[in-house]
Design a protein around this ligand. Structure first.
Ligand code: ADP
Length: 169
């Protein structure tokens, strides 16, 4: 059984995250999306809400689960009987931090491999931070997040979900 952990804040899940999850789900028997509490980042959604959004958006995949986690990643990975960690790389700007973290995790436990995956090119500009900012200002985020996340954002910001104009208008 090959298990991989995909850790992150997922505040909230975007189509970029989902793209990485779909790729990982094809390579591994089991993908655990580990939703970090990240209290210091003042998240918009609670860990439970973020997990529920991941579950709702990945139901069709069958081998993906979502769990809230806190503490040292390598301990968590061992506790899940996982062999590897997945991280997404969008651009060179992600690289330095991710590289440093991967090497530190290897130092803490050399059995835990870090695998980097690149999303589809159209998702490379996507981040949870930007999506929240656009939704907060009343912008249309439907191209950037799964449907259930779009609804949850609209609810958080007290907005009506935006309807697409009919084609030809
Ligand atoms: P963190 O707080 O750990 O950065 P995020 O939820 O922002 O958590 O991201 C989790 C992981 O997903 C990170 O490896 C990040 O680089 C990656 N990621 C974020 N957005 C995208 C995207 N649009 N495409 C691919 N990977 C992404």
């Amino acid at each position: 059984m090959r298990t991989v952990v995909y850790p992150g804040s997922f505040d909230p899940l975007t189509n970029g995250h989902l793209d990485v999850i779909e790729r990982a789900a094809r390579l591994f028997d089991r993908v655990i999306v580990a939703v970090a509490q990240n209290a210091e980042k003042a998240p918009l959604f609670t860990p439970e809400e973020r997990c529920a959004l991941v579950v709702g958006a990945t139901r069709q995949l069958g081998n993906v689960e979502a769990r809230a986690f806190d503490g040292l990643l390598v301990d968590y990975v061992r506790g899940c009987d996982a062999q590897a960690v997945i991280r997404g790389l969008r651009a060179v700007s992600d690289f330095e931090f991710e590289f440093q973290m991967a090497l530190m995790n290897r130092k803490l436990d050399e059995r835990v491999e870090t695998i980097f995956m690149m999303p589809k090119d159209t998702y490379t500009f996507l981040s949870s931070r930007l999506v929240k900012e656009i939704a907060r200002l009343g912008g249309d985020v439907r191209d950037f997040v799964p449907k259930n996340v779009g609804k949850a954002l609209a609810k958080k910001f007290g907005a009506e979900p935006v309807r697409r104009p009919a084609k030809g208008n």
